[in-house]
Design a protein around this ligand. Sequence first.
Ligand SMILES: [Fe+2]
Length: 217
Amino acid sequence: MCENDVNRRAALLQIIGGALVLGGTAHAEETLRRTPMVTLGPFYPLDRERETDADMTRLRGHANRAKGEVIEVTGRLLNRRGAPVNRGVVEFWQANAAGRYAHPSDPNTAAALDTDFQGYARIVTDQTGQFRILTVKPGAYPAGRDWSRPPHLHIDAAGRVDRVSSQMWFPDDPLNGQDRVLADYPAAAHPALMAKKLDARADGVARFSWDIVLQTG
Ligand SMILES: [Fe+2]
């Protein structure tokens, strides 16, 4: 390496160093808590190439809607500075209203499958980072001899730089207090995992909102 190269390299390192310092300043402006990582779990859908649209309550060609209480879930995919993640991909999957996953590993066979339930959706966020799904409220399901998982949605959200898998809990569910998955997280992390209940739609459909926060987006 000649002296010129060494100087050029030193100058480059200085620029990178400066960028890191600027990055450090930006870090100080980060205000949102990153969505806590929760395992994908054993029921991440094996077949993700079937119907994936935002209305999980209806399947093409089926006369009936999925069983259960229809709910709408909206939210935004953001980074820690609050900037929206455009064209991020958010996958949703969940148990049906009876607490059963359409997955061969689900041992809860006492609960019936619902062949009218889509059970999985893949949403591309818009310029404001927003996503919206229509689904049914998932049922609780037994997770051991003496406890049950409360209703929850699973998500995997991918931005351009990073991604997170997590779960969304429903506020005020009586089973939340005994959920051993939620108990793995400190109380300070719980608000980031809990949906907010909004006013119901004019047609009576219950609405929830939940923002997903990536480190960088
Ligand atoms: Fe689950």
